[in-house]
Design a protein around this ligand. Sequence first.
Ligand code: ZN
Length: 350
Amino acid sequence: MLRLMKLTALGLARSSGLIEAIAGNRWRQSRLLILCYHGLSLKDEHQWRPMFVTPDFFRRRLEILARRHYRVLRLDEALAKVREGSLPPKAVVITFDDGFHDFHRFGFPALGEFGFPATVYQTTYYSDHACPVFNMVLSYLFWRGAGRRLDGAHYGVPGVFELSHETEHTALVDAFVAAARKGSYTAEQRNEIAAAIASELGVDYAEIMRLRMLQLMTAGEIGEISAGGIDVQLHTHRHRAPLDERLFLREIDENREWLAAATGVVPKHFCYPSGQYRSEFWPLAARRAGRLRNHLRSRAGYPLIRSAPVAQVPRFHAGDGGRVRVVALRFFFLPAASSRVSGEDSRSWN
Ligand SMILES: [Zn+2]
């Protein structure tokens, strides 16, 4: 019946505060709400992609959680309470994916101000390179360059491309990434290509670099947030979950070793990059038993019911501009199968 209510409930929640009405009831109390954020805009990223919100937006979310007495728990603590059946009312866990520099700049201090714990799922390859994640910055530049034409021939991508705000430039980004991979370009060479494209599109690349837009936190910053109480966990080294078992485990191992060196803490929780979780991986990760405690899918999912296995924990995407009330409802009602993928590798960040 709850699923049947899904569509109407979403609309209803916007006006009625239904989530508040159910916040204290037993059904809600047996469920943990895990909020999933990605980035906090350093400039206008939130206008480009809903995975970014403004720092103000994020701050207001924290204010709501505090004002309405949500219990913001550490991930470990919350999952232990789920297992024991002792979850407090209105339990929430805050998570950030990827570990962009903007978390260090805005997220970390804001969370500290409210005294809220959080988990960052940190991918690490680009943490060693002082430049934006290549495929991300290309997509951003193509969006900023709306109305312009880009001649790809200089970059090994034949064709002249009309750019617009409306088009999702995924295929074009993939073509540029493939060309860079074919040329075995280093992260620094890719950054030079991005700078050249920016110049061609009339976008100020010096500003992108100065603000450190779409750059990951450095080892120093990750060490700092970890020392400051942020829980830093696994998200693969190159932001990919290869279908090949050996490569998949290598991604986890490299990511774990990198993070352990930066923080002095061995991470145990794993969140699939790009929401591409695969049930085939579960036994692989389980072979790292004692090291990997839980996997989290990175897209909206179904409710974590008290009796559900904690090995697979769904989360709700909170960075889509939705209000917390709606956010919570969507978390409650989205069906389990909504973000299953099969047969495709995820997009690598290297
Ligand atoms: Zn990610």
